[in-house]
Structures are given as C-alpha cells and as structure tokens.
Design a protein around this ligand. Structure first.
Ligand SMILES: Nc1ncnc2c1ncn2[C@@H]1O[C@H](COP(=O)(O)OP(=O)(O)O)[C@@H](O)[C@H]1O
Ligand SMILES: [Mg+2]
Length: 154
C-alpha cells in the first residue's frame, strides 16, 4: 500500500509528524529515507511532539540513538548515518521492535536489523520548502496512512 503527500513548510512537516504520532503503536518501526536536509529529523520531531515527549527531538547524528520515555509510548530515534561500514551488532535490535515505536534515519546502513513489518517514508526535496512524502509498506498494520490528511500537512 502506498500514499503520497506533500508539505510546503517545515511547520507543515512537523504537523504531519504529529498526525503520524496519533496512530503509532508499540512495536512500530518506521524507516525514513531521503538525502541530507530532506526533512527526516523534522518529521521525527513532529512525531515526538505528537507523542508528548517532554523535550525537543533533535538530530541524533552524534548520539546514534535517542530514547524518549515521557510520551504516550516509548519513542526511539535512530540515525544510522555514522554506522556505514561499521559493526552494527551493538544492541539496536533491542529498541527496534522493542517496547515502543522506533524511527530510523539511514536504515540502509543497518539493513540486517530491519524487520519485515515496517513502514517506509521516502522524502524527496522538491525545491526550497517543498517536500514529497511517499509512504509505503508491504507487511504490518500501517493502513492508517490512508487517514493522513493533506490539509493539515499543507
Ligand atoms: N517542507 C519542509 N519540511 C521539512 N523541512 C523543510 C521543509 N522546507 C524546508 N525545510 C528545511 O529543510 C531542512 C530539513 O532538515 P532535517 O529535518 O534535519 O533533514 P534530514 O534529517 O533529512 O537531514 C531544515 O533546514 C528545514 O528548515
Ligand atoms: Mg536527520
């Protein structure tokens, strides 16, 4: 199943993240792909806001993993960018499909750790403030992508 949405501002992308947050369940795994500056971290920070984590979700690039425990469900944010070509057996499997929802930037660098049931969000930079979000999944309970509203994201 596939869904395509557009946003035209950083704020709209955060609002889209908030909508996504309302549907998330424990065990959900969401992969974020797209170039540097596409909006992966921005979308994720909207998700954090929507879950009610009590701190701003920032890029974990220098942390690899950030954990947020004060929202509706535990929220894990992985940025695998720096793991390219590294040993990836560092225990990330415990948070992927763990007791919360997990968002992963640069999932291609930890491919062996990615489960079959996941939602992928491919973000494309269409110009200065315009971003295209392609949601798709083959397995898992992510049918709610049909319910995401473009109005709120515009
Ligand atoms: N519609 C939009 N959605 C998200 N970010 C946008 C948008 N338009 C412009 N931007 C800018 O693009 C950048 C996205 O950065 P970031 O979310 O850190 O990207 P990534 O994590 O994919 O590298 C930010 O500087 C943001 O202000
Ligand atoms: Mg990022």
């Amino acid at each position: 199943m596939e869904r395509i949405l557009f946003t035209h501002s950083k704020e709209a992308t955060k609002a889209l993240g908030k909508q996504i947050a309302s549907f998330l369940k424990v065990g959900d795994v969401v992969l974020l792909t797209g170039d540097l500056g596409a909006g992966k971290t921005t979308l994720t920070s909207g998700v954090g806001e929507g879950l009610g984590v009590n701190e701003e979700v920032l890029s974990p690039t220098f942390n690899l993993l950030k954990c947020y425990f004060h929202g509706r469900i535990p929220f894990y944010h992985i940025d695998a960018y720096r793991l390219e070509g590294q040993n990836i057996e560092i225990g990330l499997d415990e948070v992927i499909e763990g007791d919360g929802a997990c968002f992963i930037e640069w999932p291609q660098f930890i491919e062996p750790l990615i489960p079959d049931e996941k939602l992928e969000i491919e973000i494309t930079n269409m110009g200065e403030n315009d971003r295209r979000f392609r949601f798709f999944f083959e397995m898992g309970d992510y049918g709610w992508i049909e319910s995401l509203k473009e109005e709120e994201a515009a």
